[in-house]
Design a protein around this ligand. Structure first.
Ligand code: CP
Length: 317
């Protein structure tokens, strides 16, 4: 099928919602990645727009702060010619006590086609998807999943390394509180990558091996032979206890410094979902260095979100 604007897509998608990568098959993940590949060149055009979602309305409902995801979904919707409204909880009737369900029902009454939802509660997007006719895209729910971040990470790895089968990817840091880690693990393992996690024992969930990953606690050991290091943010806002003695000790044990990076493969990719705590999980010179693809991740996020918006919004309801 050819979407309006000369962008080619295949039509095998059957979901109105994207709640998690756990629920997607390998074929569905590959369809999103392939669709994103065909949308990527739109952002390089002089006129960065195709009419693929003309006449459709997308609402960005963000109940938690965001820079990248919210902006990226807004630009993705605009580049597909959809109308987009931005909602943030601080300026809304939720501060007067309106429930999430009522807020969303009111949005739906305004004939919104697709809701992009970020919420601090794990399961919020799935809960909404069950009772609204509109599509629901999870833009991060608590510590559960951040599926479009997982997809854009995988898209960026595939773009650089071509084949994910057998590729070694290590997720480093606060795995316990990371929805990005969970989406990466589900997506990467389905595509055949060998995934490992490394961090302080207090920040590694028990039984994480059941998701098909190996676990390490010594970063200098863990980074050897890896093709990709995806460095996760220390999520101080979600940590209700002392998970490590101090930020300084965390940085010494689990931060990626220039010296530590010398132990890694010469062509290792350094990734980070953002926002980066410079000098904590990642040294500034590594974040800005030749191995870093952090800003490519941000660029690719628009193409991936265009693909997700297009596939979920245009599906037959
Ligand atoms: N990666 C990510 O979700 O960033 P934001 O919190 O800025 O959206």
């Amino acid at each position: 099928m050819e979407a309006a604007g000369g962008v080619r897509t295949e039509w095998r998608w059957t979901r109105k919602d994207l709640v998690s990568l756990e629920e997607l098959s390998r074929e569905e993940i590959e369809l999103v990645l392939d669709t994103a590949e065909s949308f990527k060149e739109v952002s390089a055009r002089e006129v960065k727009k195709v009419p693929a979602l003309r006449g459709k309305t997308v609402a960005n409902l963000f109940f938690e702060p965001s820079t990248r995801t919210r902006t990226s979904f807004e630009l993705a919707a605009k580049r597909l010619s959809a109308d987009i409204v931005n909602f943030s909880s601080s300026g809304s009737s939720t501060v007067k006590g309106e429930s999430l369900k009522d807020t969303v029902r009111n949005m739906e009454a305004m004939q919104v086609d697709t809701l992009v939802v970020r919420h601090s509660s794990s399961g919020a997007a799935e809960y909404l998807a069950r009772f609204v006719k509109a599509g629901v895209i999870n833009a991060g729910d608590g510590i559960h999943e951040h599926p479009t971040q997982g997809l854009l990470d995988i898209f960026t790895i595939r773009e650089r390394k071509k084949n994910l089968e057998g590729l070694k990817v290590c997720l480093v840091g606060d795995i316990l509180h990371s929805r990005v880690a969970r989406s990466n693990i589900w997506g990467l393992t389905k595509l055949g990558a060998k995934v490992s996690v490394c961090g302080p024992p207090t920040l590694i969930p028990s039984k994480i091996e059941e998701l098909g990953v190996t676990v390490g606690y010594d970063l200098d050991e863990a980074i050897r032979g890896q093709d990709v290091l995806n460095i996760l943010r220390i999520q101080l806002e979600r940590q209700r206890g002392a998970f490590f003695p101090s930020i300084r000790e965390y940085a010494a044990e689990y931060g990626i410094s220039k010296e530590r990076l010398e132990r890694a493969k010469k062509d290792v990719l350094i990734m980070h979902p953002g926002p980066v705590n410079r000098g904590v999980e990642l040294a500034g010179e590594v974040a800005d260095g030749p191995h870093s693809v952090i800003l490519d991740q941000v660029t690719n996020g628009i193409a991936v979100r265009m693909a997700v918006l297009f596939l979920t919004t245009m599906v037959e309801r």
